[in-house]
Design a protein around this ligand. Sequence first.
Ligand code: PRX
Length: 648
Amino acid sequence: MPVELESLLMESRVFDSPQAFREHATIRDANIWKESDREFEDFWARWATELSWFRKWDRVLDWKAPNARWFVGGRLNASVNCLDRHLTTPRRTKAALIWEGEPGERRTLTYWDLYRQVLRFANALKALGVKRQDRVAIYLPMVPELVVAMLACARIGAVHSVVFAGFSAEALKDRIQDSSACLLITADASYRRGRLIPLKRFADEAVAQCPSIRRVVVFKRSGMEIEFSAKRDLWWHELMRETACECPPEEMDAEDTLYILYTSGTTGKPKGIVHTTGGYLTGVTATTQWVFDLKENDVYWCTADIGWVTGHSYVVYGPLACGATVVMYEGAPDWPDRGRFWKMVEEHGVSVFYTAPTAIRSFMKWGAEWPERHDLSSLRLLGTVGEPINPEAWVWYYKAIGREQCPIVDTWWQTETGMIMITPLPGITRMKPGSVTRPFPGIRAELLNVKGERVEEGGGYLAITRPWPAMLRSIYGDHDRYVKEYWSKWKGDIYFPGDGAKRDRDGDFWILGRVDDVLNVAGHRIGTMEVESALVDHPRVAEAAVVTRPHDVKGEAIVAFVTLKEGGEHNDHLSGEIREHVAKKIGAFARPEEVIFSHDLPKTRSGKIMRRLLRDIAAGKVLGDTTTLADPVVVAELKERYEAQYGA
Ligand code: PRX
């Protein structure tokens, strides 16, 4: 991280949006920040008015820190806002989803098509006994049925809990158990780089330990042979054949839960982040329109998997609530070759493209010749999210993909915030490679030191000092943890996101990364403790500590330090086995890059593992202060072993 920090501190290039873009941008007046700050409740209420409500709210905000209720007394339905209200306009026949499967097939669903599918599936859910606020787990690849399933839950007031299809059976089981979901929706398999991933098999493994699940609905994606329980399992296509295409929406309270999405924290147990309906839709609508400068004829492509929050907010709810045309792709960016994304941009005429720094670094490594083979002139705005972007990758993105014609919005936010919080407004913000610039209008973000004092310039902790509509309301089943993890670092009304940041002389924010035990690998959030628990679960492992080191493409890579049980012999085979064990327990994206064996781990005299030292070893740096170390020999030995294995 310090290397990264240094380069950010030295970055001084600035870029203005191209004149042609600025002239047509939705937001051209910089007064917007001042105005929205002065009367922030009115600001959000104006956005909420854009939505369709069954009953208008009585009060915009009820804030008894750290508990917020937005649009109190209002009633609405998220699926109506994403579908029905477009049907009385020309959007009725507009493409809502343009989907490409990895093998190359294409499907386009208009708003009308999507509406009909959602209603049918909503009826199927009802017929299966799913009721308001019941939890429904969804473990699907990036297929239109995933969007249909989410909106169908919303239609009948059920709470969806989407689990990224890259998670293992075990991770799926934990999430189902925590939410006590009554139904699981999955597919026979998913495609990844031409291979079939047996999702249904993982789902079966998980469900065997989940007594709350009564039925499993299976979407046939590939025709792969699967085990099918006649008593428990149902085919998606058979259910859809039998259901009616009429389903009045449930009138939901603005504060009813729309979904739960699990994310990693500092303990081994993932947190079910709770998002509600009215405020969330307001927040994602506002940010989709202004951050992406959305226009009626845009073709919008956010490459995130819907299994993560970026997909929830900026593939599904934000863009559909805005009536956008959304491109959705099932597979890998380098399948069948490294030009897949650019071929898609050209063929679908994508105009707004939103992706992650880790992807940009891969594109950069693969070389500009891939995008150069395609006509990318339809692009007019680029975005990035998920982790700090190094200025070099930013500039490459700007030139090779954006041809210096597209502003880049580097958007900071989190699963918990639900919506983009700090970001350029593309028509007016002066962009700086690596900086997320300023809070979105209506949002108040600051830098604080440990004591909670404001830092005007320099480094500190990022803090959100005012409630915002899409904010998380709780951690499912553990409100105490919600209070403790997010609202207790300073006074109880200041939100602590867990990130360190820097503010420059102009007041712009530069995110430096997590300051807690949360890792960010390729834009995926993984808890240190989750990986460590997975490691010690291996029968040969006695103790483990996990850190990250900088990585060219992933941003950070996981390095695991492992002590074996008595008499254990280590070798490459065991190292591979242990790495696989983590992949099996959590998912392939959490597989450690390296495993270092040691007869002991460096600890303080009070027995705490000194991760700082391990981080230095993993990064190949000179060792830091070892004066508090119980056994300095351990460190020297570890460093030697690391260098022998991986080079200094
Ligand atoms: O550390 C920040 C980083 O990703 C974390 C949130 O992860 P998650 O909840 O998985 O959501 C990711 C997608 C919204 C943050 O605490 N992060 C997110 N966006 C940025 C970022 N770091 C730097 N720059 C960003 N634009």
